[in-house]
Design a protein around this ligand. Structure first.
Ligand SMILES: Cc1ncc(C[n+]2csc(CCOP(=O)(O)OP(=O)(O)O)c2C)c(N)n1
Length: 643
């Protein structure tokens, strides 16, 4: 049988395929996902689960004009395979290659660059209402949202608004029973009814027969019957909630039966008003191990090529430990030692490596679902009542909670400890996931203490400090292997930087885990005859003014180094402090992320691109010193200034 996938240059090509060819195409798409993702760690099980849904959608609609938003966007790979990107698919998540999320720069079939969950219904509704206003009411608007993303506040805000506006909008609930971990919450229990009842949409026909046999129902008009039937169905399958919000609820439908899916999409396509089609899928469908263990296979490490039935032979896990391991170990110890300590995660138990905490301390572990803003206000409530909550959320996702950090936590000065994972470059995930902005957004608020461990040795003492401080504290750490700078580490004290070495030619001030890179850079520069010191800043708020302003006053060069945006970051904090003290700041050089979104690629590659690796730091120092004149004159820089 000749391969079909290579012949699909665009969704238009799907229309010439018959049922058995479409079935074959679905198999080939799965094979391609397995082939490429065995060598490239990426979102796996979610993509395997939406192959038929993706084909059915592209067959039912024409997304050159209609609108399609995949919520979050991590399940976009089948869509990429049939929208002209198959040739480049192997490059996915590599520098210069395809992004692992929707990307409008890659294809007109991707409307928004996304990676954060929950925005699909709002965006699809916005598109629909604009199309209507702009005289393009014939454009359909479709949002595909997972059951994991469904409970996020923004989805409910959008459903509420859509039900009110009454616009023709199709929301597809891709219900696979899973977030990354098994889904949690009361809504999950409500959706479980659909799954447990095994009451597929075909049941509606049976229900119709049954109802027409009931004498008083048998006489009512067809429309009313339809209404009663749908409401009863919704009630039995957990869909009542959507009906109450103003949606027509249809489902559940078997998401792996392509013909059924196509039939239902044809039916709902021209429904007036908002419709929710509840589709049941299996995460990891088609790969036995992935469907049996969708948590591991959400984003598995590389794995051994597979047998005839897509049987995975072996996962190849890396052995090195990262900052997430060190922080989760410190959290475990804190929760074990102090009965007031609790921990919240927003659906990232696995990413935050909190499985052991969840297993051993279930009463003090809270997975609130993809609801970051709720997590923060919830923690504030616990802190107010006397507990010591830890909010463990990725830097990029905590952006959702900006207002709760401000009002519920900082304004009340409540002792909530924020552990910001993935603060810095997240590598292959790219611009939606890099933790670029937390230093500025955390350091804005009065009362917040904002810090970053310089290396592994700082991690546990910093968390201990956070849990004893009488107010909110945040600490940021990257997705990176642990490193240590051999030294008798100074105790962590409020607003105290650690002087590792004082130089006469200049000093590197590291905020966060680029501290070891700064130490290496200083060693290399020393070999070249340059006396460059290193400070492990630890705190951006409060800033260690005594130490840092002394460096600004005394030394001819101060280079700040941080893994985050320069706009309002650590270097800016130092510039503000120096300016406030009336000091000259022309010899302060800031290294960090420029004011643009950083693409995806390996962390090491990206650090090098941004001049944040050892070579780049050395280069900056040399260039800055060269600009300031010969070595001998530099030593008297301050004196010259004063003259
Ligand atoms: C705001 C936000 N928080 C957390 C995440 C991390 N995350 C990515 S996918 C995912 C699970 C999504 O579950 P669901 O929507 O059901 O999709 P599925 O993978 O099951 O298809 C989570 C928690 C995110 N992308 N965005």
């Amino acid at each position: 049988m000749s391969a079909i996938l290579p012949t699909i240059a665009s969704p238009a090509d799907l229309h010439r395929l018959d049922d058995s060819q479409l079935h074959q195409l679905a198999q080939e798409m799965r094979d391609e996902l397995v082939r490429v993702l065995s060598i490239r760690p990426a979102h796996f099980a979610s993509n395997l689960g939406v192959v038929e849904l993706c084909l059915a959608l592209h067959l039912a609609f024409d997304f050159r004009k209609d609108r399609l938003i995949w919520d979050t966007g991590h399940q976009i790979y089948p869509h990429k395979l049939i929208t002209g990107r198959q040739q480049q698919f192997e490059s996915i998540r590599t520098r210069g290659g395809l992004m692992g999320y929707p990307n409008p720069h890659e294809s007109p079939y991707d409307l928004f660059m996304t990676g954060h969950a929950g925005c699909s219904v709002s965006c699809a509704l916005g598109l629909k209402s604009a199309d209507d206003l702009l005289g393009a009411a014939d454009r359909h608007s479709v949002a595909v949202v997972g059951d994991g993303a469904l409970p996020s506040g923004i989805v409910f805000e959008a459903l509420n608004n859509a039900g009110h506006l009454g616009k023709k909008l199709l929301v597809i609930l891709n219900d696979n029973g899973m977030s990354i971990c098994p889904r949690v919450g009361a809504l999950a229990k409500c959706l479980d009814r659909a799954r447990l009842s095994n009451f597929y949409q075909g049941g509606k026909r049976r229900l119709r027969k049954l109802l027409t046999k009931v004498p008083w129902v048998g006489n009512v008009a067809a429309n009313a019957l339809e209404g009663i039937r749908d409401s009863l169905k919704a009630l039995l399958t957990g869909g009542m909630l959507f009906e109450e919000l103003g949606f027509r609820y249809i489902g559940p439908v078997d998401g792996h039966n392509l013909n059924e899916l196509r039939r239902w999409l044809r039916k709902v396509k021209d429904q007036p008003g908002p419709t929710l089609l509840h589709v049941l899928t299996v995460k990891g469908h088609g790969v036995p191990q992935a469907s049996e263990d969708p948590v591991t296979f959400h984003t598995p490490p590389v794995f051994e090529q597979v047998g005839p039935n897509r049987t995975i032979v072996a996962l190849k896990r890396g052995g090195s430990k990262g900052y997430t391991d060190a922080v989760s170990a410190a959290i475990y110890q804190a929760i074990r030692d102090d009965p007031r300590v609790t921990v919240m995660t927003a659906a990232m138990c696995q990413g935050n490596k909190l499985e052991k905490v969840r297993a051993d301390f279930p009463a003090r572990f809270f997975d609130v679902g993809i609801c970051e803003s709720h997590a923060v206000a919830f923690a504030a409530g616990q802190a107010k009542a006397g507990l010591r909550p830890i909010v463990a959320i990725y830097s990029t996702f905590l952006q959702r909670s900006f207002d709760q950090i401000f009002q519920e936590v900082a304004l009340q000065n409540l002792p909530v400890a924020f552990c910001l994972d993935r603060a810095g470059l997240t590598g292959p995930d790219g611009p939606t996931h890099h933790g670029s902005f937390d230093t500025p957004y955390m350091r804005l608020f009065p009362n917040l203490v904002v810090m970053a461990p310089g290396d592994e040795l700082d991690v546990a003492p910093m968390l201990q400090f956070a849990l004893t401080h009488n107010g909110p504290v945040s600490l940021r750490y990257p997705k990176a292997n642990l490193e240590q700078v051999e030294r008798p580490a100074a105790p962590v004290e409020l607003g105290q930087a650690e002087i590792y070495d004082w130089g006469t030619d200049g000093i590197l001030v590291a905020y966060g885990t680029l501290f070891p890179a700064c130490v290496k850079a200083a060693e290399r520069l020393r070999e070249e005859g340059l006396e460059i010191g290193v400070i492990n800043a630890r705190f951006v708020k409060p800033l260690d003014r005594t130490t840092l302003l002394k460096a600004v006053e005394e030394l001819p060069l101060v280079v700040t180094v941080e893994e985050g945006t320069l706009e309002g970051g650590f270097g800016s904090a130092l510039l503000e402090a120096a300016n406030g003290a009336g000091l000259d700041t022309r010899h302060i050089v800031r290294l960090g992320f420029p004011d643009r979104f950083i693409d995806h690629g390996e962390r090491g590659e990206l650090l090098a691109d941004l001049g944040l690796d050892v070579d780049g730091i050395c280069r900056t120092v040399r260039q800055a010193l060269e600009q300031r004149g010969p070595h001998s004159e530099r030593k008297n820089w301050r004196v010259r200034q004063e003259v």
